[in-house]
Design a protein. Structure first.
Length: 385
């Protein structure tokens, strides 16, 4: 094992270092906690044997610092001290020490306790190895499903990938949604339409208004099929529940269970909103500047009001990004006749003032300035480059 010994006594340090090497360990030596920390963060240390009372940084503080740092592996910590009161023992264990040896050190006791430490370290390594194998299988399974969706239909596959990214983007606006749930939410986004694989291909090209009664029933069954596929895999069961509910609506008029309001988890509300937003843009071909009209209609009906408001903010950010690529933001005083409005100018209440693609005249420029003076619009409009 890789063992670090920390003690401000040179004699103790040399003595223990020699014995540990005789017992077959790789040994690192440090005279205080600060020097020990430098070794810990730069070397493959597995076991730390540290004196309690030392200058600069004592053993208790070093132990706390070790426990507050994620090394990706477990470091076994043994406190070495002349203190032998029960209160001292409790303080050491509270700081995160695994074991406690009183000075003067009994070498046979130290050797046995190191064997215990080695067993703990090896067990932790085996558990990590099994965890990594499970994690590898987990992501291989996710990739298999994603590939299956994309082979079945590239458009659905693209939709699922975009929805997954948007789900995470929305979640970051919701501080009450725990970060530990981000992974399940992202996977639910990637796999939410896996049940579509069971649908006849001709249904995929139709709008809902073009489907007959039987086709509508088939379409409305895909969330249930998706859940059925995923729940057979134990680690995907939380995802399967979200997939089942991704067509539920805030007003209770969704499917398959007609859930409403607080019956829907935050994750389901986010997933549903992300899918609706993506479908507006990519299937409905709705321009970004027109998306707010739809979101206002959906707010409180299909969509949770708070999440609808988040989507409005995200859409505004998307518009700004698009603007940088295609348009120029021009101050009203710099407008010239002949410029063409690239995005409809609306009053603060959403009412249309000047439609997109309007060529500016002296009259329309003065009209814009007048509305700005009374606070009806901002001082800049977008024109085509």
């Amino acid at each position: 094992m890789d063992v670090l010994v920390v003690d401000d006594s040179r004699t103790t340090l040399a003595f223990l270092g020699k014995k540990l090497e005789e017992w077959g360990h790789s040994v690192y030596l440090a005279p205080d906690g600060k020097e020990a920390w430098k070794i810990i963060i730069s070397s493959p240390v597995e076991i730390i044997i540290s004196d309690w009372l030392m200058p600069k940084m004592d053993g208790l503080e070093l132990c706390r610092q070790v426990r507050n740092t994620d090394f990706g592996r477990y470091l076994y910590f043994i406190l070495l001290t002349a203190r032998d009161k029960k209160s001292d023992l409790i303080s050491g264990l509270k700081a995160g020490a695994d074991d406690y040896i009183s000075k003067p050190v009994d070498l046979e006791e130290l050797r046995v306790r190191l064997e215990i430490a080695a067993r703990v370290i090896r067990l932790e390594q085996k558990l990590n190895q099994k965890y990594n194998e499970i994690k590898k299988n987990y992501f291989q399974t996710i990739r298999m499903f994603i590939n299956l969706i994309e082979i079945f239909d590239e458009e659905i596959g693209g939709h699922c990938r975009r929805v997954a990214r948007l789900c995470l983007r929305i979640a970051k606006w919701k501080p009450e949604f725990p970060e530990k749930e981000y992974q399940n939410l992202e996977i639910a986004g990637l796999l939410h339409d896996v049940g579509m694989i069971g649908l006849p291909r001709e249904i995929l090209t139709k709008r809902k208004t073009e489907m007959n009664g039987e086709e509508i029933q088939l379409y409305r069954s895909h969330p249930v099929w998706g859940e059925s596929i995923l729940r057979e895999i134990e680690f995907l069961r939380p995802v399967a529940k979200m997939v089942r509910s991704h067509h539920e609506q805030y007003n209770g008029r969704g499917f398959p269970d007609g859930l409403r309001g607080d019956e829907l988890t935050i994750g389901v509300k986010i997933l549903s909103a992300a899918s609706i937003y993506d479908n507006l843009i990519y299937r409905g071909k709705v321009k970004l500047e027109d998306v707010p009209d739809h979101l206002y209609r959906f707010r409180g009906y299909q969509l949770d009001p708070e999440i609808a408001d988040i989507l409005l903010e995200i859409n505004r950010e998307n518009l700004e990004e698009e603007t940088k690529k295609k348009y120029l933001a021009v101050a009203l005083e710099d407008l010239k006749e002949g410029m063409v409005i690239a995005r409809a100018v609306r009053r603060s209440n959403g009412a249309l003032l000047i439609p997109q693609d309007t060529e500016l005249t002296g009259y329309t420029i003065e009209k814009l300035k007048a509305y700005h003076r009374v606070g009806g619009i901002e001082n800049k409009v977008l024109v085509y480059k």
